[in-house]
Design a protein around this ligand. Structure first.
Ligand SMILES: Nc1ncnc2c1ncn2[C@@H]1O[C@H](COP(=O)(O)OP(=O)(O)OP(=O)(O)O)[C@@H](O)[C@H]1O
Ligand SMILES: [Mg+2]
Length: 269
């Protein structure tokens, strides 16, 4: 099969046309290719809005994942600079994520152990803070839901057949609260994709988008919003090593502000 036009450049891979109906995702880091291939097989076997997975191939010495090609802009690029469009898409995003969370997996939950492991191996977090963060994490609920854990508007393709979710590299099984907190944290961050659309540049727009997204998720589930602050400390902690430069610092600062408050509470007890 001949490789075709470049369709997208992500942080972990480049995606090209592959034959008439497929794409090939070529990873920069080969370990990630194997990880995503494992997840893609699982996702293929579940009833989810995801591209069909066609297998792992070797292409010029690199591992490539073959997926069904999904035509259409991602939600990020489909949002128009109006409150109406922003709110509509924020609610749609909450509904799509809620739908994913209704899919349960029989495998052991792995979200809490995975993120505990990442936090414990971070070079940016002191031992004292690691203890505080992993104690908080241990007290939070487990779950058996499929969690995408990188669920944001640029990982949803608005195809003629409806929204399709891509990029399942971070797939975890756990409590939906963790997944919603992760999405909310990402939306509020100042770190934007390259050449981001104009509306996204305004922090107030991101705040509004996040508010609408969270309210809709809460409306769907009947949860109250306390879980967001409860999960935010471990969620920020696990994000640090994924970011670089000023955006890493933004996450560290947000985490430190919360840890300071937590220490004051602990000292008061
Ligand atoms: N199945 C597909 N069909 C069509 N285009 C796709 C498909 N999968 C990915 N793409 C395009 O390639 C881009 C990058 O894909 P993807 O999000 O999977 O990569 P990534 O490197 O994991 O991204 P990120 O930067 O979010 O980590 C997407 O934004 C989209 O434009
Ligand atoms: Mg992506």
């Amino acid at each position: 099969m001949k490789i075709g036009e470049l369709l997208g450049i992500g942080n972990t891979a480049r995606v090209y046309r592959w034959g008439k109906t497929e794409v090939i995702k070529l990873f920069y880091d080969q370990n990630y290719a194997v990880m995503e291939a494992k997840n893609a097989e699982l996702i293929n076997s579940l009833m989810l809005r995801a591209p069909k997975y066609g297998g792992l191939v070797d292409y010029e010495g690199k591992k490539g994942l073959i997926y069904e090609r999904i035509d259409g802009p991602t939600m990020l690029w489909n949002i128009e600079p109006s409150e109406e469009s922003m709110f509509y898409n924020a609610r749609l995003m909450a509904n799509l994520q809620y739908e994913i969370h209704q899919v349960k997996n029989k495998l052991l939950p792995n979200l809490k152990p995975e993120i505990t492991h990442k936090i414990n191996h971070s070079q940016e977090i002191s031992n004292h803070d690691k203890q505080t963060i992993t104690d908080i994490l241990a007290s939070l609920p487990d779950g058996n839901s499929i969690c995408h854990y990188d669920f944001h508007p640029d990982n949803i393709i608005m195809s003629p057949n409806g929204p399709i979710i891509i990029d399942w590299l971070n797939l975890l099984v756990g409590n939906p609260e963790a997944d919603v907190t992760r999405t909310s944290m990402m939306i509020q961050s100042d770190s934007l994709p390259p050449n981001a659309p104009d509306w996204l540049m305004h922090r107030e727009s991101r705040v509004l988008f996040n508010k609408e997204y969270v309210s809709e998720y809460i409306r769907l589930t009947g949860m109250n919003d306390e879980f967001l602050e409860e999960w935010m400390i471990p969620t920020l902690a696990v994000r640090i090593d994924e970011m670089q430069g000023e955006y890493r610092q933004e996450i560290i600062d947000k985490l430190q502000t919360r840890l300071k408050k937590q220490d004051e509470v602990d000292e008061g007890n």
